[in-house]
Design a protein around this ligand. Structure first.
Ligand code: NAD
Length: 439
């Protein structure tokens, strides 16, 4: 039973950046909710994806939005009006998440800010005793994802990471097929994400801060820098201080599935990444528009590739994963999956082909439902902190190798070799008065 119309949902759902595709309404169970099952949520970072996450949560009986927080007053007012129209109740509005976290009626927060804010807000929310849904990538650096994992385990609250594909049935099916051995020995796992947005933004001059925006609070722990519309809403992901480009933005979604299917729970043997800003389009960006990262394992390779701006790719898909086995290749993305068999010399397929199977698109709703039911103690998160930590670490190792030109390796002690040489990339230097959290 859903609370809102499909029209309302589509009107307010997020952009296509980083896969915020429109999810149709899922036929979620109409639970009879006891007062003790009421979950009061608030959203921090309301403009795009976070608001989609909130809408998904609000479709579940017993979930109430009691607060919205954003550093852009214009976004805040618009979203408050949206919530009021949907629920008939106006949430309390905040410009500083620390005040929101003091609200003792609040059970849980959704963190929908740019990546450079995920760590501080998540750790502070856990310390305030709130459950968290934090968008992907878990954070914008390796040290931040490490401390977030520690905090999640230490404070014992429910943390769901916004790698929502794990809640999708066709992704679960694909993982099952890969793990069943049906494709034969897997020797190559290729991941690619060729999106139009990956080529950067049209350059614009610095300008004054728009009215209603607390830009100092938007920057938060990131270095002070003049305001530029490109380094702000939506397109912040092209600049290292706030995001990591397509490698982290979309990389985590696909790495998450690849690592899960291949049963990986630690570092690979090595990581090497090459690329640059090669499009020649003179767009505004710091991150790579063209990048190839190779993760070496004992008996297979895993590769991430993006060529921003070119909406085309292998198997006629502009993004996806190909699990290449001796007997067949499984190709998957959000649209669906198929198995292409290897043909023997006598032209016989080594395994049964599987024609294109359409993917289900209800996983955004299922993911929110799974988060709320985990808070209620009835389920456990489909994307726990460990999965968010692993996918983000792989993506950040790719960018670390790209930025330094070094091949990353791990010692017998499990530590990254020469880690101290990368200290300023691994751990951001937080701008005062913000300090790196400790747990
Ligand atoms: N899971 C997915 O498929 C998916 C899809 C898209 C985006 N995302 C993730 O969602 C997050 C948000 O991305 P977006 O595209 O919605 O960004 P956006 O720039 O459109 O929105 C971010 C919002 O956060 C606000 N904000 C910034 N600092 C804040 C602070 N300190 N306190 C409160 N509000 C603050 C901004 O004003 C803005 O309204 C990112 O981490 C992104 O990677 C996930």
């Amino acid at each position: 039973m859903t609370k809102f119309t499909r029209r309302q949902f589509i009107r307010t759902s997020g952009s296509v950046i980083a896969g915020a595709t429109v999810a149709p309404l899922a036929g979620l169970k109409n639970l009879t909710v006891a007062p003790s099952d009421t979950v009061n949520v608030a959203l921090i970072g309301c403009r795009s994806m976070g608001f989609g996450d909130l809408e998904n949560a609000l479709r579940i009986d017993g979930v109430h939005c009691i607060g919205l927080c954003d550093v852009d007053r214009n976004v805040l007012e618009d979203r408050a009006a949206d919530i009021e129209e949907m629920t008939g109740e106006r949430p309390q509005l905040y410009g500083d998440y620390r005040e929101l976290l003091e609200n003792s009626d609040l059970d849980a927060v959704i963190v929908g800010t740019p990546d450079h804010w995920h760590c501080l807000i998540t750790v502070h929310a856990l310390q305030a005793g709130k459950h968290v849904y934090v968008e992907k990538p878990l954070a914008n650096s390796i040290a931040e994802v490490d401390i977030m994992k520690k905090a999640a385990n230490h404070y014992g609250k429910v943390v769901q990471v916004g790698q929502q594909q794990r809640s999708g049935e066709h992704w679960q099916k694909v993982v099952e097929v890969v793990q069943s051995g049906r494709l034969g020995k897997i020797r190559d796992v290729n991941l690619w994400g060729n999106f139009g947005y990956g080529a950067g933004a049209q350059p614009v001059d610095n300008s004054s801060v728009p009215q209603g925006v607390d830009y100092d609070m938007w920057l938060g722990p990131a270095p002070d820098r003049a305001f530029n519309q490109n380094r702000f809403h939506g397109s912040w992901r092209y600049y290292w201080a706030y995001g990591g480009g397509v490698q982290t933005d979309w990389g985590v979604h696909l790495l998450d599935i690849a690592l899960w299917a291949m049963n990986v729970d630690g570092a690979p043997n090595s990581v090497h990444s090459i690329g640059g800003i090669f499009s020649g389009l003179n767009r505004s960006m710091e991150v790579a528009d063209t990048q190839t990262t190779t993760y070496a394992f004992n008996d297979y390779n895993m590769t991430w590739k993006h060529t921003g701006g070119l909406e085309m790719g292998p198997y006629n898909r502009h993004y996806g994963i190909a699990f290449v086995g001796n007997d067949g290749t499984l190709v998957v993305n959000r649209e669906g999956w198929e198995i292409i068999p290897v043909m023997d010399q006598d032209d016989h397929p080594r395994i049964e082909p599987v024609p294109f199977q359409e993917g289900d698109s209800s996983y955004h709703d299922v993911h929110a439902h799974n988060w709320i039911e985990s808070i209620r103690g009835n389920e456990t998160p489909n994307t726990p902190i460990e999965a968010g930590h692993l996918a983000a670490s792989y993506a950040h190792w790719g960018n670390l190798s790209y930025l330094t030109g070094d091949t990353l390796k791990w010692g017998r002690d499990g530590k990254l070799v020469d880690e101290h040489e990368y200290a300023d990339i691994i751990k951001p230097d937080y701008r005062s008065p913000w300090t790196f959290p400790s747990v």
